[in-house]
Design a protein around this ligand. Sequence first.
Ligand code: F6R
Length: 364
Amino acid sequence: DKAGHKHFMSKEIAEQPTVLQGALSHYISPNADAVTLPESGIDFAKIERMTMVACGTAYYACMVAKYWFEQVARMPVEIDVASEFRYREPPVTAGTAALFVSQSGETADTLAALRYMKGKADTILSIVNVETSTIARESDLALPILAGAEIGVASTKAFTCQLTTLAILAIEAARARDHLTDAEVSENLSRLRALPGVINLALGIEDKCKTIARQLAEARDILFLGRGAMYPLAHEGALKLKEISYIHAEAYASGELKHGPIALVDENVPIIVMAPRDSLFEKTVSNMQEVMARGGKVLLITDKQGAAEAGDGVWDTIIMPEIDAFLAPILYAVPAQLLAYHTAIAKGTDVDQPRNLAKSVTVE
Ligand code: F6R
């Protein structure tokens, strides 16, 4: 049931405030002073480092989580795509927790990576949407993201629910490792609780995305740029666009531009810059100016203050609601989704069932 939407993907994008609300009340105490995990819990004070493994969009969620865990919990995190991890046979030292992220819970490479880590890692955690899945069953602790069934092949609400669950875990890890005081924990959790409202506000950019998408649909190649925790979002934006519009898109860390990819830039390659006004904003603006000086067509996705500070010369701007830097990656999933969706519509592709793709990849 598409609930009045033309596609499952658009229904699932629109559902995000509601499903996030559910996940937040599942994992955060009513007065926002504590993270509520199952009885068996996770003792982050005993964990020295984490290895996070997943595929596709779920891997990009891990990539964001690495920034979060390192920044707020000061915990070293290693991330890898499951298909590489499983055959590398990496050594595992004591004190390592393994975390697997999978919407379906059935992805063959992720499951194989999980089985490799059994008996090697101190504990096996998973973050899944399907609670009865193999990955959930084979974990010491499986945390549901509570996104509800996701039908569209391109993952949307599962990604934001994965991120939200990971953000909550990072805050819990920071508390357990004494990097956040009780007051800071509840400040962070309260901000998280406001997220559904901010996402709802962000859905208001849809018309703007639709207009821009008509022009993106003409492109053969598109670049996505981001810095810090926005770099994984650039990857997610590029993946979403490739999957459903079949336009070649690539993500780069903004600072890597001058090490090669800037050679691709001309007036035919739109460059989508995801940059809320945070501590790295000025650096990203200078990368943007390098691109514009070479005739590059920049679409800047930022907030009001960022737009004001970026100055002239950009092709277009999408103004996002203001948000705390820590939570920005969750919010900026919305423009990544909406741009891909409307570009695919403009191209007339099959949004919910893109060619060559399956919702659940149970073969390697
Ligand atoms: C992208 C997408 C895929 C999946 C990947 C992992 O939109 O849907 O990249 O994220 O196949 O799938 P799960 O999360 O089921 O392990």
